[in-house]
Ligand binder design. Structure first.
Ligand SMILES: [Zn+2]
Ligand SMILES: [Zn+2]
Length: 603
């Protein structure tokens, strides 16, 4: 997270503080455990980590000890001094550090940075020294350890991590830490983490009976329970309504296709690692689809198109399958099957900016609907030297579409940052980050401008001059996947969904069995009005029934006793604690329907 919009995290003071704290932590580790082999320690979102190869297991007490020593090192006021060295010199300095030697080889060969990540240019080799600690590093760092606030750092946890993320390599010990500018910032962050834990979508999803996983079905393949199914239906309704208004048409495509299709799209062989392995049928290989795009391209190409038909907007809540590594699966956020709010817009160049503006408008509409106040779009651009290698070789279209996207975002007053040299192969991409009400960051979706796939699939339209022209394609998914969106919404609302999204609008609670029949008649009346309701006719006492409904975060309870039944009234208890005794059912129905129809935030 960057501190202010427009500043790249990698250039921020916070990034330097965290990177420097990682060095200080590694120094402390080496002092306590001189046999430590240290690998890499980059800053990450909200903090930093360092991976160490050590023979013993670390405990929570060890973390305390290391943290205490870090504070002493910081207080020493050691400058960070950079020195550019040759590969030969670097090898001497890190002679007894095998992981560093491996990284030096990579740096010397080029094509890799000191973290082992791919790099376009051949880097210089530099080291940073602070106090007694030396690291292979290109910075940036704070000038002096005193610029790290010793009361604003904390070591958070210990985890296992494979060297270079490869499970065939040795398991290392990773220590996670966090660092901020002030103790207050640290305090707020820790508070947010605690709140986030209580709102964890995996916990709420289970308690509120939204989704489940089953060993026999398989990891990363969520099963949506009836209550989750209701939320899915509501989200799709929102998507369909908005997309219909914006001129989208809906299509349906199969879950699998022949190998040829994915070879044609270029997913194979490059994307093969993220796909489920193929199945063979009558001598032909079939794959379950990792994306809907190629099938939508085929639908576009299924008949001749004229400029009069464009833009063509094909929408589908398509189910895709991706092979995420077991260790990377995480609740609903990282799954292997996902239902995506997908659409592909085929548009001539001259209508692109306008069309992209409309997509941005859709995002803003959804942000408002879900009360998402903080969001940012990250526009990833090409780099000239990568043309023809990392990027499609069409500089004119790169510059033009990048300018049009930038324009659309500026005119749409969307906060955005630009990232040089991070685009996808076939066009600029726009990643959308959102923050929940408690300030937890989520990646919502990626939009893509694409000027390679339409050409690959020979998609054309007859332009005004009667000449065949290739359209641009916009890939967009503003409501993300159901999995990611509902995971986010669970945490954002802490399970207290607005009425329209609540799996159950109303729970009718008879005080004794004698009112069961009356309760059931109220339920029938509510259902007739399109309100999701059920009666709790269990043998429990009224207070227990109320507690159960509260735990399920049902927005409205209607309590009916002897008096209510006799008078044909209901007593309303709202989730926020307010109540209205003895009101006619019609009065409550009007209130509930109003909230549902308007998709209102208030109860
Ligand atoms: Zn460093
Ligand atoms: Zn797509």
């Amino acid at each position: 997270m960057s501190e202010k919009t427009g500043e790249r995290y990698e250039e921020s003071q916070l990034y330097k503080i965290r990177h420097s704290a990682a060095h200080v932590m590694a120094q402390a580790m080496l002092e306590f455990y001189p046999e430590t082999k240290y690998t890499i320690g980059p800053p990450i979102e909200n903090g930093f980590y360092y991976d160490f190869d050590i023979p013993q297991a670390l405990t929570a007490e060890d973390l305390e000890k290391i943290e205490k020593r870090m504070r002493q090192i910081i207080a020493g006021g050691h400058p960070f001094i950079k020195k550019v060295v040759s590969a030969e010199e670097a090898r001497k300095i890190f002679a007894d550090q095998p992981y560093k030697l491996e990284l030096i080889d990579g740096l010397e060969k080029g094509g890799m940075d000191e973290y082992g990540n791919p790099l376009a240019e051949k880097p210089e080799i530099s080291i940073y020294q602070s106090d007694t600690f030396l690291d292979l590093c290109r910075g940036p760092h704070v000038e002096n350890t005193r610029q790290i606030n010793p009361s604003a750092i904390k070591l958070m946890s210990i985890a296992g991590a494979y060297w270079r993320g490869d499970e065939h390599n040795k398991m290392l010990t990773r220590i996670y830490g966090t660092a901020w500018k002030t103790p207050d910032e640290l305090k707020n962050y820790l508070k947010m983490l605690e709140e986030a834990k209580a709102r964890d979508h995996r916990k709420l999803g289970k308690e509120l009976e939204i989704f489940t996983f089953d060993e026999e079905v398989g990891p990363g393949l969520p099963l949506w329970l009836p209550r989750g199914g209701v939320i899915i239906e509501e989200l799709e309704r929102v998507a369909k309504e908005n997309e219909e208004k914006a001129g989208y048409v809906r299509v349906r495509t199969p879950n699998l296709a022949k190998e040829d299709l994915f070879l044609h799209s270029g997913h194979l062989p490059y994307y093969a690692e993220s796909m489920y392995p193929p199945m063979e049928l009558e001598g032909t290989k079939y794959y379950v689809k990792p994306m809907n795009c190629p099938m939508h391209h085929k639908i576009y190409g299924s008949k001749p198109r004229s400029y009069r038909d464009l833009p063509i907007r094909l929408a589908e809540y398509g189910t895709c399958y991706r092979y995420e590594k077991s260790g990377e699966l995480f609740g609903l956020m990282r799954v292997r099957s996902m239902q995506m709010n997908d659409a592909h817009i085929y548009v001539p160049e001259e209508l692109f900016e306008q069309e992209f503006m409309a997509v941005i408008g859709l995002y803003k509409k959804y942000f408002e609907l879900f009360n998402i106040e903080k969001y940012i779009m990250r526009l990833s651009l090409h780099a000239r030297e990568g043309l023809g290698k990392k990027y499609v070789d069409n500089e004119r279209l790169w510059l033009k579409t990048e300018a049009m996207v930038r324009n659309a975002m500026t005119r749409g007053t969307v906060p955005f940052v630009e990232a040089q040299n991070e685009a996808a192969f076939y066009g600029p991409k726009i990643d959308v980050q959102i923050w929940s009400v408690i300030g937890k960051e989520f990646t919502l979706a990626t939009n893509q401008v694409d000027f390679a796939q339409p050409a690959r699939f020979n998609l054309v339209f007859m332009n005004k001059s009667g000449v065949e022209e290739t359209p641009l394609c916009i890939h967009r998914a503003p409501l993300s996947t159901h999995e990611r969106m509902i995971g986010f919404l669970l945490e954002h609302y802490a399970g207290n969904f607005p009425v329209w999204l609540s799996p159950e609008h109303v729970r009718v609670i008879p005080i004794t069995d004698s009112q069961n029949e009356y309760a059931e008649s109220i339920v029938r009346q509510l259902r007739e009005e399109g309100i999701r309701a059920s009666a709790d006719i269990s043998a429990q006492r009224m207070n227990a029934k109320i507690r159960v409904a509260q735990l399920m975060k049902v927005p409205y309870m209607l309590v009916v006793g002897e008096n209510e039944a006799k008078a044909g009234l209901v007593s309303l208890r709202v989730r926020d604690g307010s109540r209205q005794d003895n009101i006619p059912p019609a009065e409550f129905i009007a209130r509930a329907k109003d909230r549902i129809v308007r998709r209102a935030g208030e109860l």
